[in-house]
Design a protein around this ligand. Structure first.
Ligand code: MG
Length: 383
């Protein structure tokens, strides 16, 4: 039985991970769960999966949960509690916390855990080189959960990297693919949150609509596989059947295909190196009929251009990209700015930044905070 801790168990990836675990009671056992503040869903998960340790990051909510759970369960609160759980060794830790909040628990997990299934991309965008350095020192195995990265990882396996020619990172194109850019200003939050292929959390769904999600995935691919950005091509593939492809120097291309359901890459991340019998419907090629591919429209989706710019520059510019995007998306979700202002916030803050080439963790955190504050100011100026 594989002992598993899930950080961010009440979010979309966390809940899907537990769905997979439920199907394989003889394979996996839940050791630890954590939530930011959703104690309603966490209580339910505690009743179903009997974890030994749970963490609620919001200390006020942690106190409330304390009154309602069995006192045999260890309940920890706050950021300290989250770091403590990250540092309790299990066989696999699933990092499903969304956004920059994952950075410190991820670093702690790399110091402690033999294997991490990684769904979070923001921590890599912020501190990819530092994280890779730590991974090298500790020998922790990182298994990607993000569907594209899982596809690349499955195609590459342990093949000789010098034979790799190109990685095709595919993108469905999001919910606004066929909408004219001039109409972006008045596009509703509901429309943006209605993704055509994937059911995901709100932050990543907005990121999919701006194509920032693909921009963040550029960093993920660079850092997870140690490839230069010049070897990564983004392809819009609306059917979302191929989850990414790898081309070798001899002209052979390998692709990974499946239905669009996060439980497929999650299951493989949990069971690796084994494969377990799936419980979802298979792909139906007769129904699919066509697979189409298009170039991304950088003029329509400037967030992707900003991501390229930050990836090429390196240093702390990616930190600024990520932090200003987090504030812009949050503001859009709170209906404080319209959709077309999201890239404007990011562009303004990136322009104000003086890049630090080889940042320490301390530099990264201070730039992150600086960029969030600047982005808030820009948002306020729109109103
Ligand atoms: Mg993805």
């Amino acid at each position: 039985m594989k002992q598993i801790t899930i950080l961010g168990s009440t979010g979309s990836i966390g809940r899907n991970t537990l769905e997979v675990i439920k199907h394989f009671p003889n394979e996996f056992r839940v050791f630890g769960l954590s939530t930011n503040s959703n104690i309603r869903i966490l209580s339910d998960q505690i009743k179903k999966f009997f974890p030994e340790v749970v963490v609620v990051r919001d200390t006020f909510k942690a106190e409330r949960l304390k009154r309602n759970i069995n006192n045999k369960i260890i309940l920890l609160g706050g950021e300290d509690g989250l770091i403590e759980l990250s540092g309790i060794k299990v066989e696999l830790l699933v990092m499903a916390i969304s956004g920059s909040a994952a950075l410190f628990p991820l670093i702690k997990a790399i110091e402690t855990q033999p294997m991490i299934a990684l769904a979070n991309k923001e921590a890599l965008v912020m501190a990819g080189p530092l994280i890779n350095q730590k991974v090298k020192e500790t020998g922790t195995k990182i298994i990607p959960i993000d569907s594209e990265q899982s596809a690349i990882w499955q195609c590459l396996e342990d093949r000789d990297k010098s034979t790799l020619k190109k990685i095709y990172l595919t993108a469905s194109g999001g919910p606004l693919k066929d909408i004219d850019k001039r109409d972006f200003r008045k596009i509703s939050l509901e429309k943006v949150l209605n993704h055509p292929c994937w059911k995901m959390g709100k932050k990543i769904t907005v990121d999919s609509a701006t194509l920032m999600n693909k921009g963040l995935e550029l960093f993920e691919t660079m850092y997870l596989f140690g490839v230069d950005i010049s070897k990564i091509d983004i392809l819009i593939h609306p059917e979302a059947v191929i989850h990414s492809m790898v081309e070798f120097i001899d002209g052979s291309v390998l692709a990974q295909l499946s239905i669009t359901d996060m439980r497929i890459p999650i299951q493989y991340a949990l069971s690796y190196p084994k494969r377990l019998r799936g419980f979802l419907k298979p792909l139906n090629f007769i129904k699919i009929k066509n697979l189409t591919f298009l170039k991304p429209d950088l003029n329509k989706f400037p967030c992707l251009t900003f991501a390229y710019e930050a990836a090429k520059a390196g240093g702390t510019l990616p930190v600024v990209l990520n932090a200003s995007n987090e504030i812009a998306v949050e503001s859009f979700l709170k209906r404080r700015i319209n959709f077309s202002n999201i890239p404007k916030v990011i562009e303004k803050v990136m322009k104000l930044h003086k890049n630090i080439k080889k940042p320490t963790l301390h530099d990264i955190i201070s730039v992150h905070q600086w960029a969030r504050k600047k982005a808030e100011e820009v948002v306020n100026n729109f109103n």
